[in-house]
Design a protein around this ligand. Structure first.
Ligand SMILES: [Zn+2]
Length: 286
């Protein structure tokens, strides 16, 4: 083996326990505590380890079902598809990667958005689907986030974005980076109108997503032990040539340093959001 093949990527290392694939073994192992867990039991527990509380990657639709009033979510723009503007190709073509991700995850893109209610409060909500190309943000994801904000402005109802993303999608190059500015422009119009936006940060929220709308919530809520930041810890260590403190870029560290407002267990999100919106309700005309 040549020295080049032994090189390790300095990129962000995602160690979150992934949700077991549908139809896979009935049992799975928690990467945090090593417990052997019954898959259906994890699903019933909002994809949280029953032994140690580790938050597994949660499919977007299950998250919506657990968060919103039953049957209230109405998806918007489900047919938006990328046009592969650069005809990008590395080991595989972008088109092939898209097809494979869709077959594996059952979703056509890395985010979905729509209207819903939470305890009868109307909301405009967008949720990332990490299992589709690492939740990366291309032109479709950016457009969905932007439309979620525009819809909230039009209806004067709160906006919620639940992020879980490795960042901008490199296969779309500058078209991906443009989504950061576009979504933030829509968000600034929402903020100017005094309409609340709650950003929920799941593990991991990094790169261009963390560097744009995900860190601009009026209320920033993180899931326990989520990795949140722009560049990964190993990239930073290699750049500044210093050892980073324990727990750097994790939820507890960010709360301690004032980067987020709350750390909330996924099973408590619905209750927390309801409390926030009721507190702000005198400002909201839904
Ligand atoms: Zn565990």
């Amino acid at each position: 083996m040549s020295w080049r093949e032994q090189l390790k990527s300095p990129g962000i290392q995602v160690k979150a326990p992934k949700a077991p694939e549908k139809g896979s073994s009935l049992w799975t192992k928690c990467v945090q505590c090593g417990a052997i867990l019954y898959r259906l039991e994890i699903e019933r527990n909002d994809h949280i380890c029953l032994k140690c509380g580790a938050h597994f990657v949660m499919p977007a639709r299950e998250r919506l079902a657990s968060l919103c009033d039953p049957g209230s979510f109405v998806e918007r723009d489900p047919d938006l598809r990328t046009s592969d503007p650069l005809k990008f190709q590395d080991q595989k073509s972008y088109e092939t990667r898209l097809k494979e991700s869709e077959a594996r995850s059952g979703e056509p893109e890395a985010a979905l958005w729509g209207d819903a209610t939470i305890e009868s409060i109307p909301v405009s909500i967008c949720v990332f689907h990490f299992e589709f190309m690492g939740g990366s943000m291309g032109s479709v994801v950016g457009e969905k986030v932007t439309r979620c904000f525009e819809n909230a402005l039009k209806k004067s109802c709160p906006a919620i974005v639940i992020s879980s993303s490795g960042g901008a999608r490199m296969q779309e190059g500058i078209f991906s980076l443009l989504q950061m500015a576009k979504s933030c422009a829509a968000l600034s119009r929402l903020k100017a109108a005094g309409i609340p936006y709650v950003s929920i940060l799941a593990h991991p929220t990094t790169g261009g997503v963390a560097a744009s709308f995900a860190m601009l919530g009026d209320i920033q809520i993180a899931e326990p032990d989520a990795l949140i930041g722009f560049a990964g810890p190993r990239v930073i260590e290699q750049t500044i040539r210093q050892k980073l403190p324990e727990g750097f870029q994790r939820s507890d560290f960010l709360l301690e340093h004032g980067m987020i407002d709350l750390i909330v267990d996924r099973r408590e999100h619905r209750k927390t959001l309801t409390r926030i919106f009721r507190l702000l309700s005198h400002q909201i005309q839904c």
